[in-house]
Design a protein around this ligand. Sequence first.
Ligand SMILES: [Zn+2]
Ligand SMILES: [Zn+2]
Length: 170
Amino acid sequence: MLSFILTLLVKRRQIMNCKFCEKPAPNNMQGYCQVCYRYFIMEHREIHPTPNLGEITYASNGDCICPFCGKAFRKLGLHFYYSHNMTSDEAHKKAGWDRSAKATNPDYRELMRKRLQIKCVKINLIKRGRSTRFRKGSEGRPISKISPMTLKRLKGVHMKKPSIENQGEE
Ligand SMILES: [Zn+2]
Ligand SMILES: [Zn+2]
């Protein structure tokens, strides 16, 4: 009787684990866990051959291939964390990658870089620069407002210039 219950438990356990990653899986997800169900069934994505140690490989759409399971994602950081219980640093080490190696889709990386750039321009130049921007009717920065130190520095620039030109002529 006990062995019967045990077999039942084992069987039940087998059914309840994801057939790909062996994480707990509800019965109604075709044998997959939630993450794998989404990956395979909903998004129709596939498993790629895993790269050799120290190699980074990309799927045809540019997604980075996980060196541990062959799934491909735009970025692997969160996948490493949730699916392999590793920080990005740990994963890079295990995969033989440099710390600086980019585990992201290059197109995605470029998109994010551009977005960040736009954000920086907006925040730094437009928003933060508001206080120093020229206003209509403002007298600007007349010589009387320039500090003696700056004035001295500016004069120094003018003084230096002719000497450089002279040197060139000689
Ligand atoms: Zn799974
Ligand atoms: Zn993986």
